[in-house]
Design a protein around this ligand. Structure first.
Ligand code: GKR
Ligand code: MG
Length: 416
């Protein structure tokens, strides 16, 4: 089996103004859809970020994959490294972590290669990753403070303004009623810490049995994080990226028994060693979009097991190809013991046949058809590709977007 056609389609999906430490989401979010066709007539699918630097990387590497055997991931890696010799990162300068272009681009094509291999073998992708230890994948409700949407040209708002503890609890109630989530994560770092503490205490009161987490993406200093921990101890499963940088995480970790999780200070294999030496984190968030694909995410799980660290799963705005891949990775990672993050409920579009995944009691069943187990709805892709062309937005910059809502906004991390 050899790859003979490579198609990369950028798409834009209507988004809502979800707030975070560095700003707010724009009117659309961007994804790139990958189709790898083989001389045997199979099509392998992938989905990744669609912002400028990732798209450029995908477009540079794509044509060099002609003739690649999807079983040879080392050859894939070499072709990616050769086509992107200058390396570099893919995120906007205002982002809080960067991901190497070679890792992100490799990851996107790796998933499509694994999809092909699963289809050729007639086996679901989780079998290629070592087999499923679970087939029911639990997800958590990902809660955001948000503005009321100003620009509804590309899609309607959801829930209006959510900028207080009480409205955030109302959001959580809607999410739990609609999807049955058994755990809840708040994207913090948006309101004053006291208001975010109040929000978490109110969530705890409203959902006493739910696992709770908060992720302020480095918005707090170590003393502020300690104050939050004192107020919320025994109420959180873990605290995600409370402070900025490996050394600040290590300083905090030395002062508290609260487990610290990260998707900001450990985003590459090399950083695991430093994190372990400094005892900076106790849980690492896996993500096949930058941890070198699904096989890399499985290796991450294995390294965390060896290092005595826990594993959870990170999310970014995404559609169903990514969600299917997340399910397969979660199915095949034995020590992924926390409910996975997902942004999926915030959007109503889909690009796979059969429409959207449907959560039951906060869970999804891992797809059982060969490969990823999803097929592309070409009409839906074409519609969102038209939106990409119309939207004019070709990059993600949450800080820039924030100025539309708060004209004197200054990005400051840590802020409190
Ligand atoms: O969607 O605003 C967002 C999140 O802040 C996302 O960009 C993060 O990557 O969900 C993420 C996280 O830090 O856990
Ligand atoms: Mg995070």
């Amino acid at each position: 089996m050899k790859i003979n056609t490579i198609k990369i389609t950028p798409i834009a999906i209507p988004d809502v103004p979800l707030a975070n430490t560095k700003g707010v989401h724009g009117s659309v979010f961007l994804r790139a859809i990958i189709e790898l066709k083989t001389d045997t007539g199979l099509v392998g699918l992938g989905e990744t970020y669609g912002a400028k630097r990732t798209l450029t990387g995908l477009q540079k590497v794509g044509p060099t994959l002609k003739g690649l055997d999807p079983h040879n991931l080392r050859d894939l890696r070499m072709r990616v490294e050769k086509a992107l010799p200058d390396g570099g990162g893919v995120n906007a300068p205002t982002a809080l972590a960067d991901h190497k272009a070679v890792d992100v681009v490799y990851s996107a094509f790796e998933i499509a290669c694994l999809d092909l291999r699963g289809k050729e073998a007639g086996r679901p992708l989780y079998d290629l990753l070592g087999g499923a230890v679970r087939k029911t994948i639990p997800f958590g409700g990902y809660l955001f403070y948000k503005f009321a949407k100003q620009d509804c040209r590309f899609g309607p708002d959801i829930l209006g303004e959510v900028m207080s503890p009480d409205t955030l609890v109302a959001e959580a109630k809607q999410f739990v009623a609609a999807y049955g989530f058994k755990s809840l994560k708040l994207k913090g770092g948006v309101l004053e810490p006291d208001l975010e503490i109040e929000t978490m205490l109110k969530l705890h009161e409203a959902f006493p049995g739910h696992g709770l987490r908060i992720d302020p993406m480095g918005a707090w200093t170590v003393p502020t994080a300690m104050r939050v921990i004192d107020a919320l101890k025994d109420k959180l499963e873990y605290l995600e990226d409370p402070v900025r940088g490996m050394d600040a995480m290590a300083e905090l970790s030395a002062q508290t028994a609260m487990p610290l999780a990260t998707n900001l200070v450990v985003v590459e294999f090399e950083q695991i060693i430093e994190a372990v030496k400094k005892d900076a984190v106790q849980i690492i968030l896996s993500d096949h979009h930058y941890w070198r694909g699904a096989t890399g995410a499985i290796h991450l799980g294995e390294m965390c097991r060896a290092a005595g660290l826990g594993v959870s799963m990170h999310s970014n705005s995404h559609l169903g190809i990514s969600l299917a891949a997340m399910c397969h990775v979660a199915a095949a990672t034995p020590n992924l013991t926390y409910d996975c993050d997902t942004h999926y409920p915030w959007y109503d579009k889909e690009i796979i046949k059969g429409g959207r995944f449907s959560f039951q009691n906060g869970t999804l069943q891992v797809p059982e058809s060969p490969g990823l187990g999803v097929e592309l709805d070409h009409e839906a892709v074409a519609e969102l590709h038209d939106l990409y062309n119309a939207a004019l937005v070709k990059d993600r910059d949450d800080t820039d977007e924030m100025l539309k809502y708060v004209p004197d906004y200054v990005r400051q991390v840590p802020r409190w």
